[in-house]
Design a binder for this molecule. Structure first.
Ligand SMILES: [Zn+2]
Length: 440
Protein backbone atom coordinates (compact mmCIF):
# COMPACT_ATOMS: atom_id res chain seq x y z
CA UNK A 1 0.00 0.00 0.00
CA UNK A 2 2.77 2.32 1.03
CA UNK A 3 4.79 1.31 -2.05
CA UNK A 4 1.87 1.98 -4.33
CA UNK A 5 1.38 5.40 -2.80
CA UNK A 6 5.10 6.16 -3.16
CA UNK A 7 5.13 5.10 -6.78
CA UNK A 8 2.05 7.25 -7.50
CA UNK A 9 3.68 10.16 -5.78
CA UNK A 10 6.90 9.77 -7.73
CA UNK A 11 5.12 9.44 -11.08
CA UNK A 12 3.11 12.55 -10.19
CA UNK A 13 6.41 14.32 -9.41
CA UNK A 14 7.85 13.24 -12.75
CA UNK A 15 4.82 14.37 -14.72
CA UNK A 16 4.67 17.71 -12.89
CA UNK A 17 8.37 18.33 -13.41
CA UNK A 18 8.14 17.45 -17.12
CA UNK A 19 5.18 19.84 -17.35
CA UNK A 20 7.40 22.52 -15.74
CA UNK A 21 10.12 21.88 -18.30
CA UNK A 22 7.75 22.05 -21.25
CA UNK A 23 6.06 25.25 -20.01
CA UNK A 24 9.48 26.81 -19.43
CA UNK A 25 10.46 25.91 -22.96
CA UNK A 26 7.20 27.25 -24.30
CA UNK A 27 7.82 30.56 -22.51
CA UNK A 28 11.34 30.66 -23.87
CA UNK A 29 10.09 30.04 -27.41
CA UNK A 30 7.42 32.66 -26.99
CA UNK A 31 9.97 35.25 -25.79
CA UNK A 32 12.27 34.36 -28.66
CA UNK A 33 9.41 34.80 -31.13
CA UNK A 34 8.57 38.20 -29.61
CA UNK A 35 12.21 39.27 -29.82
CA UNK A 36 12.42 38.23 -33.47
CA UNK A 37 9.15 40.03 -34.27
CA UNK A 38 10.42 43.22 -32.58
CA UNK A 39 13.69 43.01 -34.50
CA UNK A 40 11.80 42.49 -37.77
CA UNK A 41 9.57 45.50 -36.99
CA UNK A 42 12.63 47.67 -36.27
CA UNK A 43 14.27 46.55 -39.50
CA UNK A 44 11.08 47.31 -41.44
CA UNK A 45 10.91 50.80 -39.85
CA UNK A 46 14.53 51.41 -40.80
CA UNK A 47 13.88 50.39 -44.43
CA UNK A 48 10.66 52.42 -44.64
CA UNK A 49 12.41 55.53 -43.27
CA UNK A 50 15.22 55.06 -45.81
CA UNK A 51 12.63 54.70 -48.60
CA UNK A 52 10.82 57.87 -47.44
CA UNK A 53 14.10 59.80 -47.38
CA UNK A 54 14.48 59.22 -51.14
CA UNK A 55 12.88 62.22 -52.90
CA UNK A 56 9.62 60.87 -54.32
CA UNK A 57 10.27 61.62 -58.04
CA UNK A 58 13.53 59.68 -57.88
CA UNK A 59 12.29 56.93 -55.55
CA UNK A 60 13.41 53.48 -56.72
CA UNK A 61 10.89 50.80 -57.73
CA UNK A 62 11.93 48.71 -54.70
CA UNK A 63 11.38 51.60 -52.31
CA UNK A 64 7.97 52.37 -53.86
CA UNK A 65 6.93 48.72 -53.61
CA UNK A 66 8.03 48.58 -49.97
CA UNK A 67 6.02 51.70 -49.05
CA UNK A 68 2.94 50.40 -50.90
CA UNK A 69 3.20 47.04 -49.14
CA UNK A 70 3.05 48.72 -45.70
CA UNK A 71 0.51 51.54 -46.02
CA UNK A 72 -0.26 51.84 -42.27
CA UNK A 73 3.34 52.05 -41.10
CA UNK A 74 4.14 54.46 -43.96
CA UNK A 75 1.24 56.74 -42.99
CA UNK A 76 2.38 56.77 -39.33
CA UNK A 77 5.95 57.63 -40.32
CA UNK A 78 4.75 60.42 -42.64
CA UNK A 79 2.56 61.86 -39.85
CA UNK A 80 5.37 61.85 -37.29
CA UNK A 81 7.80 63.45 -39.80
CA UNK A 82 5.22 66.18 -40.50
CA UNK A 83 4.79 66.80 -36.76
CA UNK A 84 8.56 67.07 -36.25
CA UNK A 85 8.73 69.57 -39.13
CA UNK A 86 5.93 71.66 -37.57
CA UNK A 87 7.71 71.69 -34.18
CA UNK A 88 10.98 72.77 -35.86
CA UNK A 89 9.17 75.51 -37.78
CA UNK A 90 7.52 76.74 -34.55
CA UNK A 91 10.89 76.78 -32.77
CA UNK A 92 12.40 78.80 -35.60
CA UNK A 93 9.45 81.19 -35.57
CA UNK A 94 9.85 81.61 -31.80
CA UNK A 95 13.50 82.50 -32.20
CA UNK A 96 12.65 85.11 -34.84
CA UNK A 97 12.49 88.63 -33.54
CA UNK A 98 9.99 90.99 -35.13
CA UNK A 99 10.22 94.74 -34.60
CA UNK A 100 7.22 96.88 -35.50
CA UNK A 101 7.72 100.13 -37.39
CA UNK A 102 7.95 103.39 -35.48
CA UNK A 103 4.49 104.70 -36.39
CA UNK A 104 2.73 101.50 -35.26
CA UNK A 105 4.69 101.46 -32.01
CA UNK A 106 3.89 105.12 -31.34
CA UNK A 107 0.14 104.46 -31.56
CA UNK A 108 0.43 101.42 -29.30
CA UNK A 109 2.59 103.25 -26.75
CA UNK A 110 -0.02 106.05 -26.56
CA UNK A 111 -2.66 103.36 -25.86
CA UNK A 112 -0.42 101.88 -23.17
CA UNK A 113 -0.05 105.33 -21.56
CA UNK A 114 -3.86 105.60 -21.40
CA UNK A 115 -4.14 102.14 -19.86
CA UNK A 116 -1.55 103.09 -17.21
CA UNK A 117 -3.45 106.27 -16.33
CA UNK A 118 -6.67 104.27 -15.94
CA UNK A 119 -5.14 101.44 -13.88
CA UNK A 120 -5.46 101.27 -10.11
CA UNK A 121 -2.83 98.61 -9.51
CA UNK A 122 -0.49 98.16 -12.48
CA UNK A 123 2.14 95.44 -12.10
CA UNK A 124 5.13 94.95 -14.41
CA UNK A 125 6.67 91.51 -14.96
CA UNK A 126 10.14 91.57 -16.51
CA UNK A 127 12.26 88.94 -18.23
CA UNK A 128 15.69 88.69 -19.82
CA UNK A 129 14.71 90.89 -22.80
CA UNK A 130 14.66 93.81 -20.35
CA UNK A 131 18.43 93.54 -19.88
CA UNK A 132 19.77 92.58 -23.31
CA UNK A 133 20.57 96.27 -23.95
CA UNK A 134 22.83 96.05 -20.88
CA UNK A 135 24.77 93.31 -22.73
CA UNK A 136 23.34 90.61 -20.47
CA UNK A 137 22.30 87.65 -22.63
CA UNK A 138 18.71 86.48 -22.77
CA UNK A 139 17.63 82.88 -23.17
CA UNK A 140 15.58 82.46 -26.29
CA UNK A 141 16.60 85.36 -28.53
CA UNK A 142 18.74 84.68 -31.63
CA UNK A 143 21.89 84.94 -29.47
CA UNK A 144 20.22 83.61 -26.31
CA UNK A 145 21.88 81.12 -23.99
CA UNK A 146 19.41 78.38 -24.83
CA UNK A 147 19.24 79.13 -28.56
CA UNK A 148 23.02 78.80 -28.81
CA UNK A 149 22.99 75.76 -26.50
CA UNK A 150 20.42 74.03 -28.76
CA UNK A 151 22.30 75.00 -31.94
CA UNK A 152 25.40 73.35 -30.52
CA UNK A 153 23.35 70.13 -30.33
CA UNK A 154 22.53 70.58 -26.68
CA UNK A 155 19.02 69.28 -27.31
CA UNK A 156 16.34 70.68 -25.08
CA UNK A 157 17.04 73.70 -22.96
CA UNK A 158 17.32 71.35 -20.07
CA UNK A 159 19.26 71.76 -16.95
CA UNK A 160 22.15 70.22 -18.83
CA UNK A 161 25.54 71.80 -18.67
CA UNK A 162 25.92 75.51 -18.21
CA UNK A 163 22.25 76.23 -18.75
CA UNK A 164 21.53 75.08 -15.22
CA UNK A 165 23.96 77.56 -13.73
CA UNK A 166 22.51 80.61 -15.41
CA UNK A 167 24.54 83.36 -13.65
CA UNK A 168 27.68 81.43 -14.52
CA UNK A 169 26.62 80.87 -18.17
CA UNK A 170 25.63 84.54 -18.47
CA UNK A 171 28.96 85.74 -17.03
CA UNK A 172 30.84 83.57 -19.54
CA UNK A 173 28.96 85.14 -22.48
CA UNK A 174 29.03 88.69 -21.09
CA UNK A 175 32.80 88.78 -20.71
CA UNK A 176 32.29 91.15 -17.77
CA UNK A 177 31.08 90.93 -14.20
CA UNK A 178 27.52 91.75 -13.18
CA UNK A 179 28.93 94.69 -11.16
CA UNK A 180 30.36 96.18 -14.37
CA UNK A 181 26.96 96.30 -16.10
CA UNK A 182 24.79 99.43 -15.90
CA UNK A 183 21.01 99.95 -15.88
CA UNK A 184 19.61 100.79 -19.32
CA UNK A 185 17.26 103.60 -20.36
CA UNK A 186 14.44 101.07 -19.97
CA UNK A 187 15.37 100.28 -16.36
CA UNK A 188 15.61 103.99 -15.51
CA UNK A 189 12.27 104.80 -17.18
CA UNK A 190 10.59 101.93 -15.33
CA UNK A 191 12.05 103.16 -12.02
CA UNK A 192 10.62 106.64 -12.76
CA UNK A 193 7.16 105.14 -13.40
CA UNK A 194 7.35 103.26 -10.09
CA UNK A 195 8.41 106.35 -8.14
CA UNK A 196 5.54 108.28 -9.75
CA UNK A 197 3.15 105.60 -8.48
CA UNK A 198 1.91 104.61 -11.93
CA UNK A 199 3.38 101.13 -11.42
CA UNK A 200 2.79 99.56 -8.02
CA UNK A 201 5.15 96.60 -8.23
CA UNK A 202 7.91 95.20 -10.44
CA UNK A 203 8.09 91.41 -10.42
CA UNK A 204 11.26 90.31 -12.16
CA UNK A 205 12.72 87.01 -13.26
CA UNK A 206 16.10 88.69 -13.74
CA UNK A 207 18.94 88.08 -11.32
CA UNK A 208 21.13 90.95 -12.59
CA UNK A 209 20.05 93.42 -9.89
CA UNK A 210 19.53 96.19 -12.47
CA UNK A 211 16.03 97.13 -11.26
CA UNK A 212 17.39 97.76 -7.76
CA UNK A 213 20.39 99.64 -9.18
CA UNK A 214 18.18 101.85 -11.37
CA UNK A 215 16.28 103.11 -8.32
CA UNK A 216 13.21 100.88 -7.96
CA UNK A 217 12.62 100.94 -4.16
CA UNK A 218 13.18 97.47 -2.61
CA UNK A 219 9.58 97.46 -1.28
CA UNK A 220 8.29 97.83 -4.86
CA UNK A 221 10.50 95.10 -6.26
CA UNK A 222 10.10 91.36 -6.14
CA UNK A 223 13.00 89.39 -7.60
CA UNK A 224 11.38 85.99 -8.10
CA UNK A 225 14.61 84.21 -8.94
CA UNK A 226 16.96 86.17 -6.72
CA UNK A 227 19.65 88.76 -7.34
CA UNK A 228 23.37 88.09 -7.69
CA UNK A 229 24.14 90.93 -5.23
CA UNK A 230 21.80 89.80 -2.46
CA UNK A 231 22.55 87.21 0.23
CA UNK A 232 20.26 86.13 3.03
CA UNK A 233 20.60 84.63 6.50
CA UNK A 234 18.74 81.28 6.61
CA UNK A 235 18.31 81.71 10.36
CA UNK A 236 16.85 85.22 10.82
CA UNK A 237 16.05 86.11 7.18
CA UNK A 238 18.13 89.34 7.23
CA UNK A 239 19.27 90.31 3.74
CA UNK A 240 22.60 91.85 2.78
CA UNK A 241 23.15 93.71 -0.52
CA UNK A 242 26.82 93.50 -1.53
CA UNK A 243 28.80 95.60 -4.01
CA UNK A 244 29.97 92.34 -5.64
CA UNK A 245 28.42 89.22 -7.15
CA UNK A 246 27.90 86.75 -4.28
CA UNK A 247 27.16 83.76 -6.52
CA UNK A 248 30.71 82.74 -7.46
CA UNK A 249 30.45 79.35 -5.72
CA UNK A 250 26.72 78.97 -6.16
CA UNK A 251 25.02 76.06 -7.90
CA UNK A 252 21.86 73.94 -7.69
CA UNK A 253 21.10 73.39 -3.98
CA UNK A 254 24.52 74.85 -3.08
CA UNK A 255 23.97 78.40 -1.94
CA UNK A 256 26.36 78.95 0.98
CA UNK A 257 28.45 82.10 0.40
CA UNK A 258 30.99 81.47 3.18
CA UNK A 259 30.09 84.71 4.93
CA UNK A 260 28.33 84.81 8.30
CA UNK A 261 25.26 86.69 9.55
CA UNK A 262 26.23 89.66 11.73
CA UNK A 263 23.45 89.10 14.24
CA UNK A 264 24.66 87.57 17.50
CA UNK A 265 21.57 85.37 17.91
CA UNK A 266 22.34 83.67 14.58
CA UNK A 267 25.63 82.29 15.96
CA UNK A 268 27.57 82.91 12.75
CA UNK A 269 25.01 81.18 10.54
CA UNK A 270 26.34 80.95 6.96
CA UNK A 271 24.61 83.34 4.54
CA UNK A 272 23.11 82.01 1.32
CA UNK A 273 22.76 83.60 -2.09
CA UNK A 274 19.20 84.23 -3.28
CA UNK A 275 19.42 82.60 -6.73
CA UNK A 276 16.66 80.16 -7.65
CA UNK A 277 17.88 77.53 -10.08
CA UNK A 278 15.74 75.38 -12.34
CA UNK A 279 13.97 72.88 -10.12
CA UNK A 280 14.34 74.95 -6.94
CA UNK A 281 11.51 76.77 -5.19
CA UNK A 282 10.98 80.52 -5.05
CA UNK A 283 11.67 81.94 -1.57
CA UNK A 284 8.36 81.97 0.39
CA UNK A 285 8.55 85.73 1.08
CA UNK A 286 9.08 86.56 -2.62
CA UNK A 287 6.34 84.15 -3.67
CA UNK A 288 3.79 85.67 -1.27
CA UNK A 289 4.65 89.22 -2.44
CA UNK A 290 4.27 88.17 -6.08
CA UNK A 291 0.98 86.44 -5.34
CA UNK A 292 -0.43 89.39 -3.39
CA UNK A 293 0.33 91.92 -6.14
CA UNK A 294 -0.76 89.56 -8.94
CA UNK A 295 -4.12 89.22 -7.18
CA UNK A 296 -4.61 92.97 -6.75
CA UNK A 297 -3.31 93.72 -10.25
CA UNK A 298 -5.77 95.19 -12.78
CA UNK A 299 -3.13 95.87 -15.47
CA UNK A 300 -0.31 93.38 -16.07
CA UNK A 301 2.54 94.53 -18.33
CA UNK A 302 5.01 91.86 -19.43
CA UNK A 303 8.34 93.28 -20.59
CA UNK A 304 10.99 91.31 -22.43
CA UNK A 305 9.80 87.87 -21.39
CA UNK A 306 9.08 84.95 -23.69
CA UNK A 307 6.64 83.90 -20.92
CA UNK A 308 7.92 80.35 -21.29
CA UNK A 309 8.54 80.23 -17.55
CA UNK A 310 5.96 82.80 -16.36
CA UNK A 311 3.13 80.94 -18.11
CA UNK A 312 3.58 78.19 -15.51
CA UNK A 313 3.16 80.49 -12.49
CA UNK A 314 -0.52 79.94 -11.88
CA UNK A 315 -0.91 82.94 -9.58
CA UNK A 316 -0.34 85.29 -12.53
CA UNK A 317 -3.02 83.79 -14.72
CA UNK A 318 -5.75 83.00 -12.21
CA UNK A 319 -7.96 85.83 -13.30
CA UNK A 320 -10.78 87.28 -11.25
CA UNK A 321 -14.20 87.20 -12.92
CA UNK A 322 -15.33 90.11 -15.10
CA UNK A 323 -15.58 93.09 -14.69
CA UNK A 324 -12.44 93.02 -12.45
CA UNK A 325 -10.58 90.97 -15.06
CA UNK A 326 -7.06 92.30 -15.41
CA UNK A 327 -5.90 93.83 -18.67
CA UNK A 328 -2.72 92.44 -20.20
CA UNK A 329 0.01 94.05 -22.29
CA UNK A 330 2.96 92.13 -23.72
CA UNK A 331 6.13 93.83 -24.95
CA UNK A 332 8.47 91.29 -26.53
CA UNK A 333 10.22 90.89 -29.88
CA UNK A 334 9.42 87.17 -30.15
CA UNK A 335 6.01 85.50 -30.01
CA UNK A 336 4.81 84.33 -26.59
CA UNK A 337 2.35 81.59 -25.61
CA UNK A 338 0.03 84.25 -24.09
CA UNK A 339 -0.16 86.63 -27.08
CA UNK A 340 -3.83 85.70 -27.60
CA UNK A 341 -4.71 86.90 -24.10
CA UNK A 342 -3.08 90.33 -24.50
CA UNK A 343 -5.23 93.41 -25.09
CA UNK A 344 -2.15 95.13 -26.46
CA UNK A 345 0.82 93.37 -28.07
CA UNK A 346 3.95 95.42 -28.80
CA UNK A 347 6.80 94.00 -30.87
CA UNK A 348 9.42 96.45 -29.71
CA UNK A 349 12.55 96.73 -27.61
CA UNK A 350 11.91 97.38 -23.91
CA UNK A 351 14.22 100.41 -23.95
CA UNK A 352 12.44 102.01 -26.92
CA UNK A 353 8.96 101.36 -25.55
CA UNK A 354 9.68 102.58 -22.00
CA UNK A 355 11.56 105.68 -23.14
CA UNK A 356 8.69 106.70 -25.44
CA UNK A 357 6.16 105.83 -22.76
CA UNK A 358 7.74 108.47 -20.49
CA UNK A 359 7.48 111.02 -23.33
CA UNK A 360 3.87 110.03 -23.91
CA UNK A 361 3.11 110.56 -20.20
CA UNK A 362 4.99 113.89 -20.19
CA UNK A 363 7.47 112.65 -17.60
CA UNK A 364 11.12 113.68 -17.42
CA UNK A 365 13.88 111.16 -18.02
CA UNK A 366 16.44 110.96 -15.22
CA UNK A 367 19.88 109.74 -16.24
CA UNK A 368 21.73 107.03 -14.33
CA UNK A 369 23.40 108.26 -11.15
CA UNK A 370 26.21 105.96 -9.96
CA UNK A 371 26.16 107.63 -6.52
CA UNK A 372 22.58 106.43 -6.03
CA UNK A 373 23.26 102.91 -7.36
CA UNK A 374 22.22 100.60 -4.48
CA UNK A 375 25.05 98.21 -5.35
CA UNK A 376 27.91 100.53 -6.34
CA UNK A 377 27.43 102.94 -3.45
CA UNK A 378 28.31 100.08 -1.09
CA UNK A 379 31.77 99.82 -2.59
CA UNK A 380 32.82 102.84 -0.53
CA UNK A 381 31.34 101.48 2.71
CA UNK A 382 33.52 99.45 5.09
CA UNK A 383 33.52 95.74 4.26
CA UNK A 384 30.91 93.89 6.29
CA UNK A 385 30.00 90.25 6.84
CA UNK A 386 32.82 88.19 8.25
CA UNK A 387 34.22 85.39 6.14
CA UNK A 388 33.70 81.85 7.39
CA UNK A 389 36.57 79.42 7.28
CA UNK A 390 35.32 75.90 6.57
CA UNK A 391 36.93 72.52 6.24
CA UNK A 392 35.88 70.24 3.38
CA UNK A 393 33.87 68.07 5.81
CA UNK A 394 32.07 71.13 7.24
CA UNK A 395 31.37 72.33 3.69
CA UNK A 396 29.86 68.96 2.73
CA UNK A 397 27.78 68.82 5.91
CA UNK A 398 26.44 72.34 5.18
CA UNK A 399 25.55 71.33 1.60
CA UNK A 400 23.76 68.18 2.77
CA UNK A 401 21.81 70.20 5.33
CA UNK A 402 20.78 72.70 2.66
CA UNK A 403 19.65 69.96 0.30
CA UNK A 404 17.48 68.36 3.01
CA UNK A 405 15.92 71.75 3.87
CA UNK A 406 15.24 72.42 0.18
CA UNK A 407 13.52 69.05 -0.22
CA UNK A 408 11.33 69.76 2.83
CA UNK A 409 10.40 73.28 1.70
CA UNK A 410 9.67 72.15 -1.85
CA UNK A 411 7.34 69.45 -0.50
CA UNK A 412 5.42 72.04 1.55
CA UNK A 413 5.19 74.43 -1.43
CA UNK A 414 3.91 71.59 -3.62
CA UNK A 415 1.20 70.95 -1.05
CA UNK A 416 0.19 74.58 -1.35
CA UNK A 417 -0.02 74.06 -5.11
CA UNK A 418 2.55 76.77 -5.75
CA UNK A 419 5.59 74.74 -6.60
CA UNK A 420 7.39 76.55 -9.38
CA UNK A 421 7.42 74.99 -12.82
CA UNK A 422 10.10 72.51 -13.57
CA UNK A 423 12.38 72.71 -16.55
CA UNK A 424 10.20 70.07 -18.09
CA UNK A 425 7.22 72.33 -17.73
CA UNK A 426 9.04 75.23 -19.34
CA UNK A 427 10.36 73.40 -22.37
CA UNK A 428 10.42 69.74 -21.66
CA UNK A 429 13.21 70.89 -19.44
CA UNK A 430 14.04 73.28 -16.69
CA UNK A 431 12.31 75.59 -14.33
CA UNK A 432 13.71 78.95 -14.96
CA UNK A 433 15.40 81.89 -13.70
CA UNK A 434 15.83 84.80 -15.96
CA UNK A 435 19.32 85.82 -15.36
CA UNK A 436 18.80 89.29 -16.31
CA UNK A 437 19.01 86.59 -16.15
CA UNK A 438 18.33 83.07 -15.84
CA UNK A 439 15.84 81.62 -18.38
CA UNK A 440 12.44 83.08 -19.07
ZN1 LIG B 1 20.82 85.98 10.85
Amino acid sequence: MAELAASRLSSADVSSSSADVSSREARKLEQQALRLAAEAARELQRKLKAALREPSPERSADARALLEAHPEETAKLRASAAKAARVKEQQEANATEVEEDEATLRVKIAALADMLREAKHAVVYTGAGMSTAAAIPDYRGPQGLWTLHNKKGGGSSSAAGGARNAPCAARAVMGQSFAETRPTIGHLALAALVRKGLIKQVISQNVDGLHLRSGVPPSKLCELHGNVFRERCPSCGKEYVRPFDVTGKSSFHRHGTERACERKVCNRAELRDTIVYFGESIAPADLSTAMEHSERCDLAIFLGSSLKVLQHYKFIWQLPPKPQRKRMVIVNLQPTPKDHAAELRLHGRCDTVLEQLLVSLGMPYLPYQPAKDEVLKRQVEPARGSELMRSKAEREAADAREEAEAAASEASLDEAGQGPPTASAAEAAVKGIDCGGTPG
